[in-house]
Ligand binder design. Structure first.
Ligand SMILES: [Zn+2]
Length: 284
């Protein structure tokens, strides 16, 4: 387990506390698992990446590419990376044949103190993490393959797609993202809701990362020495999310200490923070 290079965290922490007494929660939910144990993954010594370099070069929109086209490409790529990490906790494992993230280990979709809920028949329902993640993945794949949201040829008419269950988004409005007759992706045939849909998808992807870190960082990622790959995927994800204002700052709170750490180390490049894409456009 210990390969002689990586320090081993002092002691495993319980992945979850029982929370059967929890009251019904609002959709964005909260405050139950009062798990204040130190989080190893929030500490610098446990936060290496397996690559050096600047994710800005992977993330910045080339001048000759329409932003909508580029964002679609970014979303697909981010989903590919996340899916690879999710597979690690979804594959049947050990004698039980159960995946590491299963109904018993993860009866709710938690990220530290937060519990994410799923809208079922108009009500916020607590479902297990594996069910939640499975639904998110199916939903994202359906979006990516939806010819209205991700058209392969320009389309006309009114789009009917909308972001998942919450339009709160609170993401600070990016300049020129949408207006009655102009929006990101219009010239490439994307619907008016395209940017909002991208935000909806990225928010759910963020929640999957938050669960991976809070519930499965130690087991299996640390134990199989894949925590550096996880960090690389996460830094890339956050760089894109911040650069294009796709995930609200408030949504990122469960992972804020690690995000702050990567910002201090400039692994999340400063350009992604200071106005991102739109600042680059006006300054050049
Ligand atoms: Zn889990």
């Amino acid at each position: 387990m210990n390969n002689g290079q990586s320090p081993v965290p002092p002691a495993p922490q319980p992945a979850h506390l029982p929370n059967s007494a929890s009251p019904t929660l609002p959709v964005e939910s909260s405050g139950l698992n009062d798990n204040d144990a130190p989080k190893y993954f929030f500490q610098e010594k446990y936060a290496p990446l397996n690559v050096k370099g600047n994710f800005l070069t992977l993330c910045a929109c080339p001048k000759n590419v329409e932003l909508g086209e580029w964002l679609a490409h970014q979303i697909v790529e981010q989903y590919r990376l996340l899916h690879g990490m999710l597979q690690v906790i979804q594959e049947p494992n050990g004698p039980s044949g159960l995946p590491i993230c299963n109904e018993n280990t993860c009866p709710t979709m938690s990220a530290g103190r937060l519990t994410y809920t799923w809208l079922v028949d108009g009500r916020a329902a607590k479902i297990s993490a594996p069910k939640f993640i499975n639904r998110v993945e199916k939903w994202i794949v359906s979006k990516i393959h939806d010819p209205v949201m991700f058209p392969t040829t320009p389309v006309h008419g009114v789009p009917i797609t909308a972001a998942l269950n919450d339009v709160d988004a609170a993401t600070s409005a990016a300049p020129g993202t949408v207006s009655a007759d102009s929006w990101i992706g219009k010239s490439s045939g994307f619907p008016q809701t395209f940017y909002k849909d991208c935000q909806g998808i990225m928010k759910q992807m963020f929640r999957c990362y938050a669960h991976i870190y809070h519930a499965h960082w130690l087991n299996p990622f640390w134990h199989i020495n894949k925590h550096d790959i996880l960090n690389m995927c996460f830094v890339h994800f956050i760089t894109v999310a911040k650069y294009y204002k796709l995930v609200a700052d408030k949504e990122m709170e469960p992972m804020q200490p690690l995000i702050d750490l990567f910002i201090r180390q400039q692994r999340i490049p400063p350009e992604a923070l200071n106005g991102g894409h739109w600042a680059q456009q006006t300054s050049s």
